[in-house]
Design a protein around this ligand. Structure first.
Ligand SMILES: [Mg+2]
Length: 216
């Protein structure tokens, strides 16, 4: 029998490691610092602007490019410049699970390529990842823009979205994949009702949710 799933698209931040471990707060502090130092945006305006850019454009970067002419390379280097090894440790359970999966494993993230490599190193899973679709390879397209999913499929060399599983901690990022026919997995430590095919509290619960990934 033909295996149903050939490709897994894995989000990176807050998906391959638990949210609330400090990484996102540290990146958030760097984003605030960037807006203040590089663009002179007053501190008291920053939270509201970040929220509005994120809601209207999908990323803070996109809003900063449109309204402040931000340079994307400079932004990405600046905000990801955090001591990752203070927050992330090797995850042997995750590594063991990834080593069992016969599908091609593709990181699909709005973060920069450099950040992806560093996170994979810290978690000690770099050797199990077959491809990386990051914001630079997407030429600044980003989830949840539909174009991002087309680019991800192209880079993965995958012509059938139904053979793909999309894994992300944000429901908004799962929706465009679902409309293409991907199976969607929402990773969140609290269960939120949302239109995903599966909800799991941690990435290491993936095989209990979809045992056929390794069974066919
Ligand atoms: Mg995420």
């Amino acid at each position: 029998m033909m295996r149903r799933y050939r490709t897994l698209f894995l989000d990176l931040d807050d998906t391959l490691y638990p949210s609330g471990n400090g990484v996102w707060d540290a990146i958030g502090d760097r984003i605030n610092q960037y807006m203040l130092e590089r663009h002179g945006i007053p501190s008291e305006k920053i939270p509201e602007l970040r929220d509005s850019y994120f809601r209207n454009y999908g990323t803070t970067l996109h809003g900063l490019m449109v309204h402040h002419g931000a340079d994307p390379g400079d932004y990405l280097n600046f905000v990801h410049d955090i001591p990752l090894d203070e927050y992330l440790q090797p995850n042997p359970e995750l590594k063991a699970m990834l080593s069992r999966l016969p599908q091609q494993l593709v990181i699909f993230t709005n973060a920069s390529r450099d950040h992806v490599h560093r996170v994979l190193q810290c978690l000690d899973i770099a050797g199990h990842i077959n491809a990386i679709v990051d914001i630079e390879t997407m030429e600044l397209h980003h989830k949840p823009q539909p174009r991002a999913y087309q680019i991800a499929l192209e880079i993965a060399g995958e012509d059938n979205a139904r053979a793909c599983v999309l894994i992300d901690d944000r429901i908004e990022n799962l929706l465009p994949g679902a409309s293409l026919g991907m199976t969607t997995v929402h990773v969140k430590d609290m269960i939120i009702d949302g239109p995903a095919d599966f909800h799991i509290p941690s990435i290491t619960d993936l095989l209990s949710a979809i045992p056929q990934l390794v069974e066919d």
